[in-house]
Design a protein around this ligand. Structure first.
Ligand SMILES: Cc1ncc(COP(=O)(O)O)c(C=O)c1O
Length: 444
């Protein structure tokens, strides 16, 4: 039962599915063969209408835990006091801008607030094009950067996927730097630099047209690309190539920012680079819609061409109050350190399982952003997509929520709220081992 006292009728899953089909965007899919009606969330758990608890290892949006009381009460208190737009002076927005920029290297000091990751990337695109006076963009293969027309055009995940229209002429796609199955592998110490040469190739392709690149867009850890940790030296070399051709470098931290990587607050810091623009979203307000862009003062200054950037909802006092509460909770509860501790534990124990179950081709990741790649052949690395999907369904029955992604949809993604504990990790590992046995039995 939904415990909220409201006049909204409580419907069965079947009724909700029927109404979705009649009235909602038909291209929107649901998770799992048999979709779940969730009614409550707390910490790392979601609860369905029967009260069954699910360990949520998918939700990297409810970063500090579902319905965290501090974030909820910050939103409630501010909503009851005032919610308006950024044309009035307010303490929350300046406090938030100051606190958020303090998490970045000092070069990145100017904040723009938006309502989503897509809007943040759209704005980053405008900032880059304005600053460079160029149009062409370099992206990494299989990347997803958002749902607007301009972001679909920068997302090979979409334009090369189902219903996609292919690569637009102003976009160059750099090879995915995947040291597990790409041209250069983990055993090559120059792997990062070698993959980055494809960014240089992309700049040359643009220059051959007599044009210039405006930006190199890259996630700091590749999410839709299959939880790929960038090989050492990749961003340093890729940024050097992009900048030599006049482009600015944009780091999309929508999935992986705010301490998830464990070792660093921002995942680009793992690569010892400073981007020109960083975009944020998802975890920024623990589920309340907000996004942000941080950039260098000279890029923000160049954007002052007379056309104002106004965004009705962005930066409102409620969003900023909630964003501040998220930053406070990350700090007070030591969630970045927790991501590192629990992430290391998961990586270690998943690698032990890998030694016993050859279906696990690779375990990779950092902090609480981990991928388990399923393969059916150790030599050809043939993706075991069907098995990865079967594992997800089986884990759901055991009360654990996971998802799959990657170019072959054979990578099981782990990206739970950062309040995920060692106990949660142990519970997951025991269910995952049972699932691997189940897969073995169903193959024989
Ligand atoms: C890396 C990345 N960038 C941008 C976005 C777009 O964010 P939003 O859905 O909040 O617009 C997403 C969403 O999945 C994402 O994964």
């Amino acid at each position: 039962m939904n415990s909220i006292d409201s006049n909204i009728p409580q419907r069965s899953s079947e009724e909700i599915i029927a109404l979705r089909q009649r009235h909602l965007n038909p291209s929107l899919s649901t998770s799992y063969r048999s979709p779940i009606k969730m009614v409550r969330g707390a910490g790392a758990h979601l609860y369905d209408e029967q009260g069954k608890a699910y360990l949520d290892m998918v939700n990297n949006v409810c970063h500090v835990g579902h319905c965290h009381p501090s974030v909820v009460s910050a939103g409630q208190a501010q909503m009851a006091q005032l919610n308006t737009n950024t044309r009035y002076l307010h303490d929350n927005i300046v406090e938030y801008a100051q606190r958020l920029s303090a998490t970045f290297p000092s070069e990145l000091s100017v904040i723009f607030l938006t309502n989503s990751g897509t809007e943040a990337n759209d704005l980053a695109l405008r900032l880059a094009r304005n600053y460079t006076q160029a149009q062409n963009i370099i992206v990494v293969d299989h990347a997803y950067h958002g749902n607007s027309p301009s972001m679909i055009e920068l997302s090979p995940y979409k334009f090369d996927g189902k219903g996609g229209q292919g690569k637009p002429p102003h976009v160059q796609v750099a090879t995915i730097p995947n040291p597990y199955r790409g041209a250069y592998r983990h055993d090559d110490p120059d792997c990062g630099e070698l993959y980055a040469q494809d960014v240089q190739r992309a700049t040359l392709a643009i220059q051959e047209k007599g044009e210039k690149p405006a930006a190199f867009f890259c996630e700091s850890i590749l999410g839709c690309g299959g939880q790929v940790v960038l090989p050492p030296g990749y961003l340093k070399a890729a940024y050097a190539h992009a900048r030599a051709a006049g482009a600015v470098c944009i780091s999309d931290e929508v999935q992986v920012g705010f301490g998830r990587a464990g070792t660093h607050f921002w995942a680009f810091q793992m690569q010892q680079v400073i981007p020109d623009i960083v975009t944020m979203g998802k975890p920024i307000c623990n589920g309340h819609p907000m996004g942000a862009v941080v950039t260098r003062p000279e890029i923000a200054q160049a954007f002052m061409n007379g056309m104002e950037y106004f965004n009705t909802f962005a930066g409102n006092p409620v969003s900023c109050a909630m964003g501040l509460a998220v930053l406070d909770v990350i700090e007070k509860e030591g969630l970045q350190a927790n991501a590192r501790l629990v992430g290391d534990y998961l990586l270690k124990h998943l690698r032990l399982l890998q030694q016993r179950f050859p279906i696990i081709g690779e375990v990779r990741g950092t902090g609480l952003f981990i991928g388990i790649e399923f393969i059916s052949d150790q030599v050809t690395l043939q993706p075991a997509t069907k098995e990865a999907k079967a594992a997800i369904e089986y884990m759901k029955e055991l009360g654990v929520l996971l998802s799959t992604d990657g170019p072959y949809d054979n990578v099981i993604k782990i990206k739970p709220p950062l309040v995920f504990t060692l106990e949660n990790a142990k519970e997951f590992l025991s269910h995952f081992e049972a699932t691997l046995h189940y897969l073995l039995q169903s193959q024989s």
